[in-house]
Design a protein around this ligand. Structure first.
Ligand SMILES: Nc1ncnc2c1ncn2[C@@H]1O[C@H](COP(=O)(O)OP(=O)(O)OP(=O)(O)O)[C@@H](O)[C@H]1O
Ligand SMILES: [Mg+2]
Length: 460
């Protein structure tokens, strides 16, 4: 396995550096006259509420006629299964409607970070549990409503229906959960959070499969709107939940240490405030991801390009490590895959890391021939993929953002969820992900992220 590491360069200001990264993309290829535009895809990242099931309009002419919302809800609602289609919504469905209509109580990143600022106290954690106790059923009800707005036939898909049912069951359990007042309540509450979180940790492969199977019934734009909204909601809910679970564990561990006379946690532990790493090394994260993807590439194809990491800054920033890891992995998977598929495995994948005021950037450059002009606009569409060979297909996208899938078995290319999902993750805290493709040469993929401390006013 070849890993080429270049010496670090002098720190460059953020904007100039990103500008020069882009300029060097052009300069290095000035002999290539087909420099494509920056690919940003359709702007499907806005989190608008999904409207009525318009995708039926794009159905083939032999498709079944549109179904009314009442019938759709009847068929989607496990509690209504035994009622005739035109029944009024049941007692349970009223609960969903009532909760889904409630306004969210989003918190700022400042508060998310503050919850974990040492010294952590029981009182602060109790207040956080009480907030989650009220907030989570509302958020789950909105998940359920989102599914109820999909076309009937799409919701019949077993992969998607299983997820709908799971969200519904979690909502019902949360709605009936007693208030959190004591330490025992807190322990029981956290145990339930862990159980619910584990039950939904691995949903994205099923979601991807479901939408792949239903692609004839839902247009790319509607699919994009639904999935952007679902993934955005899921990231927010998981952040709130995982932060609470992590803080509860940290407090419990600190108390045990004190009881055993081990003193307070060391500096390394204090770096982590819940799930937020306050001094995350960008270059270390890049190297770790690249090594894993390189190993997976060798395992899948029997070969992999070398990679270089050009670290100008030794950048450290405040971020959620699994989010960064997820986005980097998807960028690198594409670069390694393109290098092998195009036969340019002798060319290294070049990774450049940069830092500016409160922001960091990564450029991944491959020599895999670039993205053909005719598919450029579709690469950010969910379920769009050109993966065709046996190693590629049948391999669903990982939901590695939360580290739940064994990486050595992670596919190099799958069902076309890598780029669009990575972009939702990048944009979640106010970052961006875009591609410059140069036909005949390769792709430059740019990731730019703000430090969480920089976007404290942002709400989740
Ligand atoms: N660096 C690249 N070079 C050439 N083509 C690329 C590159 N990155 C993406 N593409 C094209 O964009 C398509 C969509 O990419 P995306 O990452 O979303 O899905 P995928 O890699 O096919 O599957 P998945 O990421 O779900 O495993 C790819 O199938 C490929 O055609
Ligand atoms: Mg991919």
């Amino acid at each position: 396995m070849n890993i080429l590491l270049r010496p670090a360069h002098r720190c460059a200001p953020w904007k100039r550096l990103l500008g020069s990264l882009r300029k060097s993309s052009d300069d290095n290829n000035s002999d290539i006259n087909d420099i494509n535009d920056i690919i940003v895809g359709d702007n499907t990242s806005s989190i608008d509420t999904l409207g009525s099931p318009a995708p039926w309009k794009s159905m083939p002419s032999d498709a079944p006629p549109p179904l009314g919302q009442a019938h759709i809800r009847h068929c989607m609602d496990p509690c209504l299964a035994s009622l005739p289609p035109n029944s009024e919504p049941s007692f349970y469905a009223c609960h969903i409607d009532r909760y889904a209509a409630m306004a969210l109580q989003p918190i700022t990143l400042h508060r998310l970070l503050h919850t974990g600022t040492p010294p952590l106290t029981r009182e602060r954690l109790l207040a956080n549990a009480q907030y989650l106790h009220k907030e989570r059923p509302v958020r789950y009800a909105k998940h359920v409503k989102l599914f109820q707005q999909l076309p009937f036939i799409v919701n019949l898909n077993p992969n998607l229906h299983a997820l709908y049912t799971a969200y519904y069951a979690h909502f019902e359990e949360l709605r009936q959960q007693p208030e959190v007042r004591t330490e025992e309540d807190q322990n029981a509450f956290v145990a339930m959070l862990v159980r619910q979180s584990d039950a939904l940790c691995d949903i994205m492969p099923g979601v991807a499969r479901g939408f792949h199977e239903c692609r004839a019934y839902l247009g790319a734009a509607a699919r994009g709107r639904f999935l952007n909204e679902l993934i955005h909601k899921r990231i927010a809910l998981r952040l709130l939940t995982d932060q609470h679970i992590a803080l509860h564990r940290q407090l419990t561990a600190a108390q045990q240490q004190q009881e055993q006379g081990c003193g307070i946690a060391g500096a390394a532990d204090q770096r982590l405030q819940g799930i937020i790493d306050t001094r995350l090394s960008l270059a270390d994260a890049v190297r770790a991801s690249a090594q894993e993807v390189q190993a997976a590439c060798e395992l899948t194809y029997g070969d992999a390009p070398a990679f270089t990491v050009d670290d100008h800054t030794g950048a450290c920033f405040c971020y959620v490590a699994p989010h960064l890891d997820y986005v980097l992995t998807e960028m690198l998977k594409n670069a390694f895959h393109a290098s092998v598929q195009s036969g340019h495995v002798a060319h290294s994948v070049e990774i450049t890391v940069a830092q500016g005021a409160g922001r960091v950037a990564v450029r991944v450059r491959d020599s895999g021939g670039g993205i053909p002009r005719e598919i450029r606009k579709r690469v950010f569409d969910y379920a769009f993929t050109t993966a065709t060979d046996q190693a590629d297909v049948g391999a669903p996208p990982t939901d590695a953002a939360f580290g739940n899938i064994a990486r050595e078995q992670a596919p190099i290319a799958g069902l076309g969820f890598g780029l669009p999902m990575a972009r939702v993750y990048a944009e979640f805290f106010g970052g961006s992900l875009h591609i410059i493709s140069i036909e005949g040469r390769g792709c430059d993929v740019f990731l730019e992220l703000p430090s969480i401390e920089q976007s404290k006013a942002r709400k989740i």
